[in-house]
Design a protein around this ligand. Structure first.
Ligand SMILES: Cc1cc2nc3c(=O)[nH]c(=O)nc-3n(C[C@H](O)[C@H](O)[C@H](O)COP(=O)(O)OP(=O)(O)OC[C@H]3O[C@@H](n4cnc5c(N)ncnc54)[C@H](O)[C@@H]3O)c2cc1C
Length: 477
C-alpha cells in the first residue's frame, strides 16, 4: 500500500524556488479545472500544489524534491483525457506542461521535428503543413498536447492508413521519478537494440516518467484528397463494407462510422445537416465517411469509381462525394464535433473506447444497445470503423448521479466482458487512467497485470508518478 507525505511549507518553498513565483500555485490559487479531465464523472481531486514547468531541468528539479519527500506528482498536458488520467488522486503536485510549447527544430533531410511536450496537436499539424509536411496522427481533440498524445498513444481518424501516435515517436527525453534525465531512441528508421524503453514510455500515461522533449516523424503532405459518404440501411451492411474497401486495395486514409442517432445530434449541434438522414425518402441506418489521399486528381477519380462500384454491390444507398473544400471542411468538422454534440445535450455521460476485430463491430453494437434498453440508459456511438475502435457513450438527462453510475456500471461490466469474448481490448486509444484499471486487470489477467506492476516498480519504486493509474492498484483511497 503506497502512502505519501503532505507538502509542508518548507517543501513548498523549495518547489517554488525551482519554477519561480509566477508559475507556482497553491490552495485557492490553483485552477479548479486541474481537479478533473474531460470526464468529471470519474471524480474531482485537487492537488496541494500546481507548477507550470518550462524546461527539462525544472521537471528534474521538481521530481528530485518530490522523490526525496515521497510527494506524488501527476503530469498534466491539456487535460482533454477521457479516463481520469491527469487527475491527482492522492493530491500532491500537478506538473503542467502547457508552457513547454516550443517547436524546436525541423530536420528536413530526415523528415523529423523536435518539439516540447506542451505543443498542441493543432499547432504541430499547422506548422508541419507550413513546411510542406504532414504529422499523420489525427485524434479528434486538436487542443490536446502532443505530450499527452504520446502518453496515451492517441489514435484518431487517420490511423487506418498511417498508424497511431506510437508510430511517429522516434526519440524522447524523459525525466524519471527520482529526477534523472534519460534519452530514449534516436533519429533512425529502424532499431533492434535491446528492450524498447521508448515504446514502453509511449502509452504509459505519466506513470513511468515525464516526457520533456520528443522527436517526431513527419511525412510529405499528400497533394490531394477526397471524401465520400456512403449511407446504408443498417449497421450490419455498413460495417460489412469496411473489409471490402480494404480488400479492393483502395488504401483509405480514414473510414469513420456514424449511426443515425449521432448524425441527428451533430446536425442539431452544428446547425449544418451535412450527413444525410434519408436517401430517396428511405431512412439511413448508418454511414461511413471514407477519405482517400493521393498525388493527383486522376488517382483519386479511379479510387472513387472503384468505391462506387463495390458500394453498389454491397447494397449502399448511395455514394456522395464531398467535393468542394467548404463541404469537406463542414463534413470533417461535423465528424470532429460528435463528442461535443453529445456533451451539449446530455447532463450525465460515461464512455468506453473498446477496440474489437472489425467483423465483430455489429455484434458488439447490437449487444450494447440491448444493455442500454435494459438499463434505461441512452447509448450513442460512433467510431473509427477502419480499425474496429468504437466510442460508446452512456447518456442520461433525467437520472440522479448515483443511480446513473449504478446502471452504467452494470452496462460497463457486461460490455467489457462481451468485448473480451469478442477478442477485443479495453481501450483503442483513450487509455486506462484510473477509470478503466479494473477492466484492464480482468482483460489481461493476473499474470500480465502483475508484470505491468513490476515494471512500474522498477521505474518508480515509491509509486510517486501518477498514483492509482493504469496498473497501480496500491493506492489507498
Ligand atoms: C472532444 C474530444 C475528442 C477526442 N478524440 C480523441 C481521438 O480521436 N483519439 C484519441 O486518442 N483521443 C481522443 N480524445 C482524448 C484526449 O484528447 C487524448 O487522450 C489526448 O491524448 C490527451 O492529451 P492531453 O494533453 O489533454 O493530456 P491530459 O489529459 O492532460 O493527460 C493524459 C495522460 O497523459 C499523461 N501526460 C500528459 N503529458 C505528459 C507528459 N509530458 N509526460 C508524461 N505523461 C504525460 C497524463 O499524466 C495523463 O495520464 C478526445 C478528447 C475529447 C475531449
Amino acid at each position: 500500500m503506497a502512502t505519501y507525505n503532505k507538502v509542508t511549507p518548507e517543501i513548498a518553498k523549495r518547489l517554488k524556488a525551482v519554477v519561480g513565483e509566477k508559475r507556482f500555485y497553491q490552495g485557492e490559487g490553483i485552477d479548479p479545472n486541474y481537479s478533473h479531465d474531460e470526464m468529471p464523472i470519474y471524480g474531482k481531486y485537487m492537488p496541494e500544489i500546481a507548477v507550470d514547468v518550462e524546461t527539462t531541468e525544472e521537471v528534474s528539479g521538481i521530481m528530485k524534491i518530490c522523490s526525496e519527500n515521497k510527494i506524488p506528482v501527476t503530469c498534466r498536458g491539456a487535460g482533454t483525457g477521457l479516463v481520469g488520467g491527469c487527475v491527482p488522486l492522492p493530491g500532491g503536485v500537478v506538473l503542467c506542461t502547457r508552457r513547454m510549447n516550443k517547436i524546436l527544430h525541423y530536420d528536413m533531410d530526415n523528415l523529423v521535428v523536435r518539439i516540447q511536450p506542451g505543443v498542441l496537436l493543432k499547432d504541430l499539424a499547422a506548422d508541419a503543413l507550413a513546411h510542406g509536411l504532414m504529422y499523420p496522427p489525427d485524434p479528434g481533440e486538436k487542443t490536446a498536447t502532443v505530450g499527452g498524445n504520446i502518453a496515451t498513444n492517441a489514435g484518431g481518424m487517420r490511423a487506418v492508413k498511417y498508424g497511431v501516435t506510437r508510430d511517429y515517436v522516434l526519440a524522447l527525453t524523459v525525466v524519471l521519478a527520482d529526477g534523472r534525465i534519460i534519452e530514449l531512441g534516436k533519429t533512425v528508421c529502424k532499431t533492434s537494440s535491446g528492450y524498447s524503453l521508448l515504446h514502453l514510455m509511449v502509452g504509459s500515461e505519466g506513470t513511468l516518467g515525464i516526457i520533456t522533449e520528443m522527436t517526431m516523424k513527419l511525412i510529405p503532405n499528400p497533394v490531394c484528397d477526397v471524401s465520400c459518404l456512403v449511407p446504408f440501411r443498417d449497421v450490419d451492411s455498413c460495417i460489412s463494407f469496411v473489409p471490402k474497401i480494404k480488400l479492393a486495395n483502395l488504401d483509405p486514409q480514414s473510414i469513420e462510422f456514424m449511426d443515425s442517432d449521432i448524425v441527428t445530434s451533430s446536425a442539431a449541434f452544428t446547425g449544418n445537416p451535412i450527413f444525410p438522414e434519408t436517401v430517396n425518402n428511405e431512412e439511413v441506418g448508418a454511414s461511413l465517411l471514407v477519405t482517400f489521399v493521393g498525388t493527383d486528381e486522376e488517382e483519386l477519380d479511379q479510387k472513387m469509381i472503384k468505391l462506387g462500384r463495390i458500394a453498389e454491390e454491397a447494397g449502399a444507398m448511395d455514394v456522395l462525394v464531398v467535393a468542394t473544400s467548404s463541404n469537406k471542411k463542414a463534413a470533417w468538422s461535423a465528424r470532429s464535433s460528435f463528442l461535443t454534440a453529445i456533451e451539449a445535450d446530455t447532463k450525465l455521460i460515461d464512455e468506453m473506447d473498446v477496440v474489437v476485430p472489425v467483423d465483430k463491430i455489429p455484434a458488439f453494437l447490437i449487444y450494447i444497445r440491448g444493455l442500454g434498453e435494459e438499463q434505461g440508459i441512452r447509448i450513442r456511438n460512433f467510431g473509427h470503423a477502419g480499425d474496429g475502435n468504437l466510442h460508446i457513450y452512456c447518456c442520461s438527462n433525467d437520472l440522479e448521479v448515483e443511480e446513473f453510475k449504478r446502471r452504467v456500471k452494470v452496462i460497463m461490466d457486461k460490455a467489457y466482458a462481451k468485448c473480451a469474448e469478442l477478442e477485443g481490448q479495453v481501450s483503442g486509444e483513450h487509455a486506462i487512467g484510473h477509470a478503466k484499471m479494473g477492466y484492464l486487470r480482468e482483460s489481461v489477467g493476473e499474470d500480465v497485470f502483475r508484470l505491468m506492476g513490476e515494471i512500474k516498480k522498477v521505474f518508480d519504486p515509491d509509486y510517486i508518478l501518477n498514483p492509482g493509474k493504469v496498473c497501480d492498484a496500491t493506492l489507498v483511497r
